[in-house]
Design a protein around this ligand. Structure first.
Ligand SMILES: [Zn+2]
Length: 178
C-alpha cells in the first residue's frame, strides 16, 4: 500500500470505486488513511500539501456572492469542455461543496466557499462542470478534471484543511490534524 508523509504523520493511501472525493480518516490506532477516488492515487501527495498549506494561510476577506460569481472562470471552463456556460447560484447544503442540475445546466455552490480563497470555489466549479459531461466519478471523469484543472487535488486539500479551521473556530472538534 502506498505510504506518504505529511509533516511527522505517515499517511497510507487507499483508492477505489465508490470514493467520490478525497477524505482523510484516522482509526482507533491513530493510523491515518487518505481515501482517494479510483484512478487518483497520483494526486494524493498534492492533496496532502494543500491540506497542510491550509494551516499556514491567512483567511481572505469574505467575498459577496456577486463578486465571487464574477471571479469564477465559467466561460473559460465551458469553452475548454465544449459546453454551454452553466448558471451559478449560492446556497447552504450540509455536506456538499457543490451540486448540479444537469438538465438545466445550473450549478449550486456552498456559501462557505465565499470565506475561502477563490481558488477553492474554482475547484468545486471545475468538478461540477466536468459532471456536465460525466455524471459519475469514473476514472474518465477524474482524467477530464485533471486536464481542466491540473491543481485540483491541491485545491481540494486546501479547501478541506481551511474548512477544518473554520470548524475549530466554531468550537467543533477538528476533523484531523496532520
Ligand atoms: Zn462529483
Amino acid at each position: 500500500m502506498p505510504m506518504l508523509t505529511a509533516g511527522e504523520t505517515r499517511v497510507r493511501v487507499l483508492s477505489g470505486k465508490g470514493i467520490g472525493a478525497p477524505a482523510l480518516k484516522r482509526d482507533q490506532r491513530r493510523r491515518v488513511t487518505l481515501l482517494m477516488p479510483e484512478g487518483c492515487e497520483a494526486d494524493a501527495a498534492a492533496f496532502l500539501e494543500g491540506w497542510r498549506e491550509a494551516e499556514r494561510l491567512p483567511f481572505p476577506e469574505p467575498l459577496t456572492e456577486t463578486v465571487m460569481t464574477s471571479a469564477m472562470p465559467v466561460d473559460r471552463f465551458a469553452a475548454a469542455l465544449g459546453i454551454s456556460p452553466p448558471t451559478l447560484y449560492w446556497d447552504e447544503r450540509k455536506g456538499l461543496w457543490g451540486w448540479l442540475n444537469h438538465d438545466k445546466g445550473v450549478i449550486g455552490l456552498n456559501r462557505t466557499l465565499l470565506r475561502l480563497p477563490p481558488c477553492c470555489a474554482e475547484a468545486v466549479l471545475a468538478h461540477e462542470c466536468c459532471h456536465l459531461l460525466y455524471k459519475d466519478h469514473s476514472p474518465a471523469f477524474w482524467a477530464l478534471l485533471r486536464e481542466l484543472m491540473p491543481g485540483w487535488a491541491w485545491r481540494e486539500g486546501l479547501m478541506r484543511g481551511l474548512y477544518q479551521r473554520i470548524r475549530r473556530q466554531n468550537g467543533h472538534a477538528a476533523l484531523l490534524e496532520l
